[in-house]
Design a protein around this ligand. Structure first.
Ligand code: EPZ
Length: 423
């Protein structure tokens, strides 16, 4: 099991190019199931979760090919010959986003059998809202032996009015994909507004779908008979950009991030500025971050987009351990997303947790220690802390971080960090 050995204390200086967004790429791959024609996706990040989704599509019978060399961020999917409609447990248990095949399989083939994703480190993460929406479209759904068995009525899914009792990103994406081939109009109310939802809608429209309002709380979908192939470039990863922005701030450095979309992380940029960091937008696709002098404590509450992303909470907590003063972090999206607190405390951070609030007392001098990753973003938080800690930090179980960050240690080293991958 790989580990990262990090020697802290070096301010990061230089520039980094941001990868395509994992959380836009995953639904895009699933969307390829909606047509028997070729779908070509560009700017796909080379991360573990993408390979897992690729394996899932191949298990269903799709042909999935990955570009090489200069095209290594291209994935081509041809789902002309789907021989199975089952997403097996051994794949789903490694990646919850596998539930994104539920909608497309049901829409195109009228049936699907998807293992119920278990919980994960950050919470129970049920998919009851996905199921309720599919039932509204006419699907018959039962759950047994740990699988969701979904069956469309003989005439196929029927458009419906669906209200999400709480905002769900992949729930919105799953239902959008189920509705594009349904008979009639579907309206998704209280839909997620994340940029990844909008990117999926852009791909589906290129494939021939009729969708309006993606990116707003109300999405209207007119069902069509069939979809055709398309070529689509995935949007930049706003969470990766935010993570590297924090890396510049926490190490007292200065980074230029390119090939990103600043408009997708305005809440994070605002918080960085409030904490005293220098942030400028030299171009529509770049962000320059200069470390603050000194870093000031700020309060953060995670919210659905366009609010402060829950996927940036752990990274920002690491930063706030270096701020002068007391910061309060409130996590409103997931019920157990403070797994990184105990590991940061082992490095000397002063953090107390009361329910969904973490109180960070700064500035605390962090010292290198052996720490353990529990989930993708908590792992990023520990790496960030290691970059500023005095001495050596050994981060274990970095397969968590490999799920969502491409070659992160190489890229951090390219701007001055001392990070070594050891097996
Ligand atoms: C997506 O997960 C992201 N994953 C997550 O990123 C992200 O943290 C999350 O959205 C919130 O922004 C992908 O896009 C692949 P939700 P998702 O459904 O869709 C509850 C990362 O680090 N809920 O928006 O699974 C749920 O338990 C990952 O890249 C239900 O109760 O999240 C949570 O409390 C981690 N029933 C809240 O809603 C449901 O049917 C929001 O979850 C669905 C969700």
């Amino acid at each position: 099991m790989d580990k990262f050995l990090i020697r802290g204390g070096t301010p990061l200086e230089g520039q980094l190019s941001i990868s395509g967004a994992k959380n836009a790429a995953l639904p895009a791959l699933a969307a390829a199931l909606l047509t028997d024609k070729r779908v070509v996706l560009e700017n796909i990040p080379a991360v573990r979760d993408i390979r897992t989704m690729g394996r899932l599509l191949a298990t269903l019978g799709a042909e999935v090919s990955y570009g090489k060399g200069a095209q290594s961020h291209r994935v081509v999917i041809e789902a002309g010959d789907i021989t199975s409609r089952e997403a097996p447990y051994d794949l789903v248990k490694t990646m919850r986003a596998s539930s994104l095949v539920l909608g497309p399989l049901l829409a195109r083939f009228g049936s699907a059998r998807v293992s119920v994703p278990g919980g994960c480190a950050i919470g129970a993460r049920p998919i009851d809202l996905h199921v309720k929406g599919l039932e509204k479209l006419g699907a018959g759904i039962r759950q047994e032996h740990g699988y969701i068995e979904a069956q469309a009525p003989d005439g196929g899914l029927k458009g419906a009015q669906i209200f999400f009792s709480r905002v769900t990103v992949t729930g919105t994406e799953d239902l959008m994909m189920a509705a594009v081939l349904a008979d009639g109009e579907t309206v998704l109310e209280n839909a997620a507004r994340e940029p990844e939802v909008g990117d999926l809608a852009d791909l589906l429209v290129k494939m021939g779908a009729k969708i309006e309002g993606a990116g707003t709380t109300t999405i209207r979908i007119q069902g069509v008979g069939r979809l055709h192939g398309a070529r689509h470039t995935i949007i930049p990863d706003r969470i990766e950009a935010g993570t590297f922005a924090v890396a510049a701030a926490i190490t007292g450095g200065r980074l230029l991030l390119e090939r990103c979309h600043p408009g997708h992380l305005m809440a994070v940029i605002d918080k960085l500025k409030e904490a005293g960091a220098g942030v400028s937008l030299p171009s529509p696709s770049s962000i320059e971050i200069e470390a603050p002098r000194p870093l000031k404590a700020v309060n953060v509450t995670t919210q659905e987009y366009p609010g402060f992303a829950t996927d940036m909470q752990a990274q920002f907590m690491a930063l706030l351990t270096q701020a002068e003063g007391t910061s309060i972090i409130t996590e409103t999206i997931f019920e157990n997303r403070f797994m990184h607190v105990l590991e940061l405390a082992r490095m000397g951070a002063q953090i107390s947790v009361e329910g969904n609030r973490a109180v960070v007392m700064g500035k605390s001098a962090l010292s290198g220690a052996s720490v353990l990753c529990s989930d993708l973003r908590a792992s990023a938080s520990l790496v960030l802390a290691g970059l500023v800690a005095q001495g050596e930090t050994l981060v274990d179980r970095v397969y968590h971080i490999d799920r969502g960050y491409e070659k992160i240690e190489q890229r951090l080293c390219s701007v001055g960090a001392q990070v070594e991958r050891v097996s």
